[in-house]
Design a protein around this ligand. Structure first.
Ligand code: G4P
Length: 282
């Protein structure tokens, strides 16, 4: 899905949809981006999803720092969520979800059983901010062979449920959460991973922010990727210039093409080519 820009109208609509759909389900499967687990979350889901079973999936874990993935898993586990790290694109980690669903819904299943309700499937909805991987996840979790259960009488018209197995049905359209922009770093981190409209960010400024972060937190990675000697660079802007020279980003004549190398750095980061990098810690 393309980059998003959020307006109050979007948020109101997304929230209304969420409120409607959440009534139909037992379990919220929330995707966050493993590189920015906080900025890619909207904590309003905690209020909307109270009384529901909850699973958090650290998606795009392939692009994030493996050691920090573990730290985030502990963080969310301590907060009472069932947590898994996955790669929706390759399907890595997805097999473990069934077990997590059973765990997360244990109380509901026991409650049903007490009331004599046997074999009522758990109904789940996938939620997350745009671009976090919801559609990719639904496809890979449900697989191609999945059966749609179709519209059922008594259930809100038009809802499609995907039957994953006897015990689990998934709403086929994900719930879209809106990012919470109050904090400036949230916007910056969303821009870094490419979940903001690039037209509204300055790539050279974004590249500078990334460079400052990488130099402090992941020393050596920029040097390796761009074959530069970073210790000689005074600051982030200098580093961009070094990349220009090393990667031959020139405008007409000998003038450095700062924008081209900025875009290269940002792109390489987003695609994991600089390394497996996590931008946020609990
Ligand atoms: P959304 O429904 O939440 O908006 O997200 P969507 O599934 O459209 O995924 C957004 C982008 O993230 C897609 O890339 C998708 O392939 C990629 N993606 C999803 N999960 C993972 C993951 O676990 N790891 C990695 N590395 N990427 C993931 P795209 O650029 O839009 O398409 P494409 O380049 O994959 O074709």
């Amino acid at each position: 899905m393309a980059n998003y820009q959020w307006y109050p109208g979007h948020m109101t609509k997304a929230k209304r949809m969420m409120q409607e759909n959440i009534k139909l389900i037992d379990l919220v499967i929330e995707l966050v981006d493993a590189r920015i687990p906080l900025s890619s979350r909207n904590p309003d889901i905690d209020e909307l999803g109270k009384n529901k079973s909850r699973i958090i999936l650290l998606n795009k874990s392939d692009l994030a720092d493996a050691r920090k993935n573990k730290i985030w898993m502990e963080y969310f586990t301590e907060k009472g969520f069932h947590v898994l790290e996955i790669n929706a694109k390759t399907g890595a980690g997805i097999k473990s979800i069934q077990g997590a669903v059973q765990e997360a819904c244990r109380e509901k299943i026991a409650r049903d059983r007490k009331r004599g309700i046997l074999n009522r499937p758990v109904r789940a909805m996938v939620v997350g901010i745009p671009n976090v991987g919801k559609s990719t996840f639904i496809n890979s979790f449900a697989g191609k062979a999945c059966a749609k259960t179709g519209n059922k009488p008594g259930v809100t018209k038009g809802k499609q449920w995907i039957r994953l197995n006897k015990g689990l049905e998934l709403l086929d359209t994900p719930g879209i959460l809106w990012p919470k922009f109050e904090d400036q770093t949230v916007g910056l981190h969303l821009a870094m991973i490419g979940s903001m409209n690039d037209e509204i960010v300055h790539l050279d400024e974004l590249a500078c922010e990334l460079i400052d972060f990488l130099r402090a937190q992941y020393p050596g990675l920029l040097e390796k990727r761009y074959e530069i000697e970073i210790s000689e660079a005074q600051n982030a802007y200098d580093t961009i210039k070094f990349v220009c020279i090393s990667k031959k980003c020139f405008l007409k004549g000998e003038e450095l093409d700062i924008m081209k190398s900025s875009a290269m750095i940002v792109d390489d980061f987003r695609n994991g080519k600089i390394g497996k990098i996590t931008l946020e810690m609990p």
